[in-house]
Write a protein that binds this ligand. Sequence first.
Ligand code: NAD
Length: 497
Amino acid sequence: MKTVNHWIGGKAVEGTSGAYGPVTDPATGVQTTRVAFASAAEVDAAVAAAKAAFATWGTSSLATRTSVLFAYRALLDRNRDEIARLITAEHGKVHSDALGEVARGLEIVELACGITTQLKGELSTQVSSRVDVAAIRQPLGVVAGITPFNFPAMVPLWMFPLAIACGNTFVLKPSEKDPSAALLLAELAAEAGLPDGVLNVVNGDRTAVDRILEHPDITAVSFVGSTPIARHIHTTASANGKRVQALGGAKNHMLVLPDADLDAAADAAVSAAYGSAGERCMAISAVVAVGDTGDKLVAKIRERAEKIKIGPGDDPASEMGPLITKAHRDKVASYVQGAAAQGAEVVLDGTGCTVEGYEDGHWIGLSLLDKVPTDADAYRDEIFGPVLCVLRAETYEEGVALINASPWGNGTAVFTRDGGAARRFQLEVQAGMVGVNVPIPVPVGYHSFGGWKDSLFGDHHIYGNDGVHFYTRGKVVTTRWPDPEDGGVDLGFPSHR
Ligand code: NAD
C-alpha cells in the first residue's frame, strides 16, 4: 500500500509518530493509501524549516520570487493531467471536473507571477518641506494553511503561491482524506526552483492543526473547511495572537424570478447542485422559486437530473462520481430518507444508486426535494452531497428575506431577465459572492473569494487584493532629506511647512 508522508525542508520526510490514516478510492471503497499523521514535534520541524528559509526568502528580490513562480506555472500546466488523476483517485470527482479545479488553482499562480505590480506600494512626495511618505508592505514570516478535502489542489493553490510571492514561507496541512495532490504540488514547486523550506507540507489530523494554532513562530493561518472547525480555528488562532482568515461552509441559494428563462435556470441549477456530487462550497443547494415558476422549474430540473450518468471519475462517460467516504454517503442519504417525514416532497430519491462493477463505492444518486420547509434538516444543514432543495416564495421580497435569514452567506445567484431586479438583488442580498444568471460565481483570481456570516471568520477574503493584504503588513516611512543648502538648529515643534 502506498504511504503518503510529509514534505519538510525541500524533501520527502517519513512520518515518525506511528499514527496513520486511511485514504480510500471512493469509486471502489478500497483503501489504497495510508497517510502519516504528524505529531506536534513533526509540525515543529516543518515550522523550523520554514523559519530558517524565511531568513533569506523574506528579503529575496521580487525578480527571484517571480522567476520561480513563472517556472512553477509552466510545470503545473505540464502536469495538469497527473494532478487531476491524483484528485480523482482520492476524491472521486470526474476527471474533467478535477482538471477544472487545477485550472482555477493555476489562476492564483498566475496572479502571484504578477506580484511585482501588487507590491508597488504608495508614495507621497513633499508632504511637508522636503518630507516624503512611503507606504510599503512586508511579509509576515511563517504562515500556515489548513485545507479541506473537496478541492485538494485548488484550495492549497489559493493560499501558498500568493503567500510565498509576498515573501512568506509556508506550512500546509492538507485534508487527510486526499493528501496526494498537495504533495505533488510541493514536489513541483521544488522542481521549479523554490528554495528548501519555503513550502512545507505536514499531513495529519487535529493533533497537527492544534500545534499549528498554538505555535509561536506561525504568524498567520488561512483555513478553508466546515463552519464549526472554521469558528474554532478563528477563535483559537486569534487568541494566540495570529492573523486568521477562516472560510467555512455554506448553503447557497438560487433565486428564480418569474421572468427568468426557465430552461437556462434549470440547466444552471442541475450543473451547480450536482456537479462534483454537490461537494462544493459554492454548490447551489437551495432553489427559491418565485411566483408561479415552481412546478415548471421542478419538472425541468427533474427531467435533466434523471439523465445524469453516475460512475467512476476516471470513466470519461461519467458525469458525477461518488462521495468522499462511506460515512459521508450514509449521512447524505439520511437527509433524503428523513425529508418526507419533515414535510418535503421527494421528487427524486437517489439513495438506492448502485454502479455495476463498483458495488462497494460510495455511490448516491441525484435527489430533488420540493416544497422543503425551512425547519427541515435537509434545508437547515449543509448536506454537501447531490441533494437539491426547492423552496417556494410568493414574491421577490419574500425570496430575498428567506435567503437573508440563512446563517450562511457564501454564494448566491439570481436568475432573471429584469436588470432592475438583478441590481436590487446585488445590493440587498447578504452574501459575499453574487451571480446574476451565473450559478457558481467564484471570483476570478484577481478579485477575492469569500463569504459573509458563518461562511467566513476574519476580515480578509482569500486571494486577489485581500490575499496580498492578508499575507503582508503595512509600514509607513516618513523621510526628510535636507537640501544641501539647509542647516541650522530649530527648536520649534515639527509642523507642516
Ligand atoms: P473539515 O472542516 O472537516 O476539514 C477541514 C480541515 O480541518 C482538514 O484539514 C481537517 O483535517 C481539519 N480538521 C477537521 N476537524 C478538525 C478538528 N476537530 N480540529 C482541527 N482541525 C480539524 O472540512 P472538509 O469536510 O474537509 O471540507 C468540506 C467543508 O469545507 C464544507 O463545509 C465546505 O463548505 C467547506 N468548504 C468551504 C470553502 C469556502 O471557500 N468557504 C471551500 C471549500 C470547502
